[in-house]
Design a protein around this ligand. Sequence first.
Ligand code: CU
Length: 146
Amino acid sequence: MKKLITAALALSVSLSAMAEVDVMDAYVRAMAPSQKMTAAFMHLTAETDRRVVAAYSNIANSVELHTGYVEDGVMRMRQLENGIELPAGETVKLEPGGLHVMFIGVQTPVAEGEEVTFTLEFDNGEQQTITAPVKSVMQKMDHSGH
Ligand SMILES: [Cu+2]
């Protein structure tokens, strides 16, 4: 019986290692005291074709996957219903003005020097938890559309 459990453990470890997505340079934008929203940015590289389908964090009421775009010269953003595609071996950049993980309904504003923990969920059901530092970023995006 003990042997069986060990084998099962070894199997689950190798599976998660295979499906790993590399997370680089993750950070969360510092918030002004009156703000209720912020965003996380990072570089993601998947070993095999992968898609980010959801994100979670206990700092926010909800976490969404967004992309930024320019409309009539104004920076806007929308939710990505199909998540964020991560083609195998390609580094996908989540950056201000583009793709981002959106934290909505943040009760306690996060400030520079703090850390935020959040989880990304992928299309294969795997989850990856990331702890990212909070940094001040120039406000480039118009969040008034929310
Ligand atoms: Cu957003």
